[in-house]
Ligand binder design. Structure first.
Ligand SMILES: Cc1cc2nc3c(=O)[nH]c(=O)nc-3n(C[C@H](O)[C@H](O)[C@H](O)COP(=O)(O)O)c2cc1C
Length: 191
């Protein structure tokens, strides 16, 4: 008989912030997503801020890796990328970080949130991420969450403004349900 039940039901989600820009606003959205995930049962969250990692060279050879990032990618069962939109794409620092690994992403799900200071909420950044992510073997979910006018959505402490809270909690709840469904399924299959 095949047993699909795990001794350890905990799912580890790596929440990746998408930029190192000093005045970045999207970091508030990334922390909000991570804090939301941390309230979910049987979920462990690792917050990945690209400013805390060093990738001296391009690519995924030893000089292109940060061992701490490699360890997180190895441990993660799922990923949630929160990216701002830069020139209709996603920031180079996010690409640099993603490129540093390959096989460790394989058969793990990824969800996205976009952020911008305009109306579009970073939709073009997420769309352009899809082609890169597909090549890594990550399994992209079919819908996303967006933070338009991200600079006006959070207070000084990083709390989402009350007028947005209910809608974002509902949408993130549905997206994390989907991410966790794929994470559990794929974790069992990988094992
Ligand atoms: C280099 C650069 C390019 C940008 N290009 C776009 C863009 O193409 N489309 C857009 O909606 N916003 C663009 N923005 C504005 C971002 O949406 C804005 O900075 C927002 O606050 C999210 O990014 P942040 O985390 O860096 O603050 C750009 C910002 C920078 C710094």
């Amino acid at each position: 008989m095949i047993c699909w039940v795990h001794m350890d039901d905990t799912i580890t989600i790596a929440v990746l912030a998408g930029t190192t820009r000093a005045q970045r606003e999207s970091i508030k959205a990334a922390h909000y997503v991570a804090d939301f995930a941390a309230t979910l049962p049987n979920v462990e969250v690792i917050f990945v801020d690209p400013v805390e990692f060093t990738f001296p060279g391009d690519g995924n050879d030893p000089e292109g890796k940060d061992p701490r990032y490699s360890e997180i990618v190895a441990k993660a069962d799922a990923f949630f990328i929160v990216t701002p939109e830069y020139n209709h794409s996603f920031p180079g620092s996010l690409k640099r970080m993603l490129d540093s690994e390959l096989e460790l992403y394989n058969h793990k799900p990824v969800a996205f949130a976009g952020a911008s200071d305009g109306n579009w909420g970073g939709v073009r950044a997420v769309e352009s991420l899809l082609t890169a992510v597909r090549e890594t073997g990550l399994v992209a979910l079919s819908w996303d969450v967006y933070f338009p006018h991200v600079d006006k959505m959070f207070d000084e402490q990083g709390n989402i403004l009350e007028e947005h809270r209910e809608r974002y909690e509902r949408n993130l709840g549905k997206l994390f349900d989907e991410l966790l469904w794929f994470a559990r399924l794929l974790k069992s299959a990988r094992d």
